[in-house]
Write a protein that binds this ligand. Structure first.
Ligand SMILES: Nc1nc2c(c(=O)[nH]1)N[C@H]1C(S)=C(S)[C@@H](COP(=O)(O)O)O[C@H]1N2
Ligand SMILES: [Mo]
Length: 340
C-alpha cells in the first residue's frame, strides 16, 4: 500500500515556510508518489492530511432532518477553546469513507441514505441483549445537547454541538456482565447504499464494515456519547445518521458512524484504521500532542471554519483534547507512547 512510502513533511515549520509553499510542496511530493493524476489520489488511504487540502464544495442538502427535543448539558464547556464551528462546515467537511475519501464526498453522496427503518443490536456479554429501532434511538433515552471538540488525526478540528445520550446509559440498560473488558462497534454494511464499500478505490482501502472499539472503562466514562443529532436536529447522513459514537478525547476515527451493532466482549476487538496501518493508528488513539503521527506532527491543529485553506493560524493541540480531568486516570500506568 502507498502508506509504506513516507514523505517527510516534518521538516516544514510553520515559522519558516508559508502555507502556500507547504501546499505546493505536498502536491509535488504527491505527484512523485503517483498520487496525483489518473484518479490515483482516490486510492491513497492513509493520506488524510492531503484530502483535507482539496475542495469543500457546498452541495445541496436534500436529506430531511427533524428537530430533537433536548436539555442542555454545559458541564464540559470549560474545555472548549474557540467558537462553535458553523453548521454549514460541520455538514460539508466530513470523513466517511463509505461515501468516498474526499472531504465533500459524503455530503454529496449520502443524501439518499435510508436511516429509517434502522436496527441497532446490543449483544455479547450482556444480561439483556437489545434490538433498537429508529424510534427507540430517538426516544428511549432523554436527549441532551453537549458541545465537544472533535480532533481528527489529520490535524484539523471542530467544535460541535451534539445531541444524544451517554453510551453508559445504553450499556447499563443492556446490563454488562462483570467479566466484560471491551466494547466493539460496527457500521452498516450495505454496498448498494455505500459506494465506498463497493469499490476499493473509492473506499480508501478500508476493509468494510468499518469497526471500532473501546475498553469497558472508556465506554462507561460519562464522556463517551451516542449522538443522534447536531445543532438541535437529527444527524445528516454524512455525519453518521441515525446514530454514531462521539469519543471527544480520542482522534476522530474512533467516533464510528451509522452504527448497527454494539458488542460487549472479553478481548480487544479489531479496529479499521489499525487494521489498515497499525504503525500509524493504534487502538487507543488518544489525542496526544507529544506523540506525532509517523508522517506529520500532532502538536498543533487547524480549526475548520477559521481562516482559509492557506491560513497559517494553528492552535495548540491539548493532551486528551483537553479532557484530561475526565479521562487521564483511565490510563494511569500505561505508556501512551507505546499504546498510541
Ligand atoms: N463508519 C465510519 N465512521 C467514521 C469514519 C468513516 O470513514 N467511516 N471516519 C472517521 C473519521 S476519520 C473522523 S475524523 C470522523 C469525522 O466525523 P464528521 O464527519 O462528523 O466530522 O468520523 C469518523 N467515523
Ligand atoms: Mo479523522
Amino acid at each position: 500500500m502507498h502508506f509504506h512510502k513516507k514523505p517527510s513533511w516534518d521538516k516544514f515549520k510553520d515559522s519558516d515556510v508559508t502555507p502556500e509553499e507547504v501546499f505546493n510542496d505536498r502536491r509535488r511530493i504527491l505527484k512523485q508518489m503517483g498520487f496525483l493524476g489518473a484518479g490515483a489520489l482516490l486510492s491513497s488511504n492513509a493520506n488524510a492530511g492531503i484530502f483535507d487540502l482539496f475542495g469543500n464544495k457546498k452541495e445541496k442538502q436534500t436529506f430531511l432532518r427533524s428537530d430533537l427535543p433536548h436539555t442542555q448539558n454545559t458541564e464540559y464547556d470549560s474545555v472548549l477553546n474557540g467558537a462553535l464551528t458553523p453548521e454549514s462546515k460541520i455538514i460539508t467537511h466530513n470523513n466517511f469513507y463509505e461515501f468516498g475519501t474526499g472531504k465533500s464526498d459524503p455530503a454529496e453522496n449520502a443524501q439518499g441514505f435510508k436511516v429509517d427503518p434502522w436496527k441497532l443490536v446490543i449483544d455479547g456479554l450482556v444480561d439483556n441483549p437489545l434490538t433498537l429501532d429508529y424510534d427507540d434511538l430517538m426516544k428511549l433515552f432523554a436527549l441532551e445537547e453537549r458541545t465537544h471538540l472533535l480532533r481528527c488525526v489529520e490535524a484539523w478540528s471542530m467544535v460541535v454541538p451534539w445531541v444524544g445520550f451517554p453510551l453508559a446509559s445504553l450499556l447499563k440498560k443492556a446490563g454488562v456482565k462483570s467479566h466484560a473488558t471491551h466494547v466493539a462497534f460496527e457500521t452498516l454494511f450495505d454496498p448498494e447504499q455505500m459506494p465506498g464499500q463497493k469499490s476499493r478505490l473509492m473506499g480508501g482501502g478500508i476493509h468494510y464494515p468499518y469497526v471500532e472499539g473501546l475498553t469497558i472503562n472508556e465506554a462507561m466514562n460519562p464522556l463517551s456519547f451516542m449522538a443522534v443529532g447536531l445543532y438541535g436536529k437529527t444527524l445528516p447522513p454524512q455525519n453518521g445518521a441515525p446514530i454514531r459514537l462521539v469519543v471527544p478525547w480520542k482522534y476522530g476515527f474512533k467516533s464510528i458512524k451509522s452504527i448497527v451493532r454494539i458488542r460487549v466482549m472479553d478481548k480487544q476487538p479489531p479496529t479499521s484504521w489499525n487494521q489498515l496501518a497499525s504503525r500509524e493508528y493504534g487502538f487507543y488513539a488518544n489525542v496526544n500532542p507529544n506523540v506525532d503521527h509517523p508522517r506529520w506532527s500532532q502538536a498543533t491543529e487547524r480549526r475548520i471554519g477559521e481562516g482559509g485553506l492557506f491560513s497559517a493560524k494553528r492552535i495548540n493541540t491539548q493532551m486528551f483534547n483537553g479532557y484530561g480531568e475526565q479521562v487521564a486516570d483511565l490510563y494511569s500506568g500505561l505508556d501512551l507512547t507505546r499504546h498510541f
